[in-house]
Design a binder for this molecule. Structure first.
Ligand SMILES: [Zn+2]
Length: 384
């Protein structure tokens, strides 16, 4: 198999790969077998040879196992695992990286694609792109992916009872893993690497970061896809979500509001799946990223509708709804509240008559709201 020369891993890439692959607990315990581990902290007598500790007295080495950082209190010296290796073996940084990489099975010539595609860890990056350019890149990414086979993505949505029609209307897009290089190369051909990196689509290794996360949910605002989040559909991948750089710019599916008559019922739900579930059944819905994701400046958009907050019936959902009621009422806007026994998607998957039930529950909740019953947020549509 031929390798392109630029794909040879640099020391920095290897260092990042080591940090991603190293089990800090195992690593430090190898050098400090008698260490005491308490929660995410390890304490031991410092074994660093050049420190010349007598081996008596209190343990002076402390390790933060989450971040992998060590500190020797008697010599006031610390650093990461690679620095620790350098000190333990009396080798240079470059030697330490090469030896540790080889011990971890990272051969140093070509890292696994999953490593090379991983998003950059550090947050200090160049200044973000302006919104217009970000939208251009986002839209081209979607168009390039849309030319690829969508079957697996649609199948995943179908298992969640989301129709291809609803997915199409919301612009949900997929690309199979076998198209990864092709998608990456098309983007590289159309945009400068710097711009792709500033958008968050590419990392420092010049790789498309959407490698495990290939089901793309665009945020379309005023007809343009301005941002996207992507989900991993294979099991066991954490985190399950990945996004472009920047902040969520709007309610998900916000453009739907442009097509609705004043006074129409609009559901405010959590997440893409619940939004698409309601769209599948011809309910008008806009989505939040997380229960608490509503921004003050988005409320005005909902002012001319009868808005129903339909968040998950958990603590986060109830707390968010209570806060949203205050935010709406500060603007003299009504917000009707409804809780189902489960999240929206589960409700529709479990109950054949879900659409009819939701319509009836909605009517009842609107009646209560208009009758001024308080506190409606304490009520659930269901007798739980
Ligand atoms: Zn020491």
């Amino acid at each position: 198999m031929s390798r392109k020369p630029q794909e040879k891993a640099t020391l920095e890439e290897l260092r990042d790969a080591i940090k991603g692959a190293l089990d800090h607990r195992d690593f430090y315990l190898r050098y400090c077998p008698t260490a005491r581990v308490c929660g995410s902290r390890l304490q031991a007598r410092c074994p660093i040879p050049s420190h010349g500790h007598s081996g008596r007295g209190r343990p002076s080495l402390s390790v933060d196992l989450v971040r992998g950082l060590f500190h020797c209190f008697s010599r006031d010296e610390g650093g990461d695992a690679i620095r620790f290796y350098e000190l333990m073996h009396g080798v240079t940084f470059a030697q330490a990286v090469r030896e540790m990489a080889s011990q971890l099975g990272l051969d140093g010539r070509q890292l696994p694609l999953a490593f090379r595609a991983a998003p950059d860890v550090d947050t200090e990056r160049a200044e973000p792109l302006d919104a217009e350019r970000l939208a251009t890149i986002c839209e081209r990414f979607l168009a390039i992916c849309r030319a690829e086979d969508q079957t697996e993505g649609l199948r995943y949505l179908a298992r969640r009872a989301i129709s291809p029609e609803a997915a199409r209307r919301a612009g949900v897009t997929y690309f199979p893993r076998r198209a990864y290089r092709r998608v990456m190369e098309r983007l590289r051909a159309e945009f400068s690497l710097g711009e792709l990196q500033r958008s968050g689509l590419f990392n420092r290794r010049a790789h498309l970061t959407f490698y495990r996360h290939r089901l793309l949910f665009p945020f379309v605002v005023e007809g343009r896809a301005r941002y996207l989040q992507a989900r991993a559909i294979a099991s066991g991948i954490e985190p399950r979500w990945h996004n472009m750089r920047g902040n969520v710019p709007a309610l998900y599916n916000v453009d739907l509001l442009n097509d609705l008559a004043s006074g129409a019922v609009v559901y405010l739900v959590e997440g893409f799946t619940d939004t698409l579930t309601l769209l599948t059944h011809d309910f008008a819905a806009v989505g939040l990223v997380g229960a608490g994701g509503l921004k003050e400046e988005w409320i005005a958009l909902l002012g001319r509708f009868r808005t129903i907050a339909l968040l998950d019936p958990d603590q986060a959902g109830r707390r968010a709804v209570a806060r949203y009621r205050e935010m709406f009422s500060a603007r003299r806007l009504p917000l009707t509240t409804l809780f189902l026994p489960s999240d929206v998607n589960d409700f529709f998957r479990q109950r054949p008559s879900a659409a009819l039930e939701l319509a009836l529950l909605t009517e009842a909740a609107l009646d209560r709201q208009e009758a001024g019953e308080w506190p409606p947020s304490e009520r659930t549509g269901y007798n739980l």
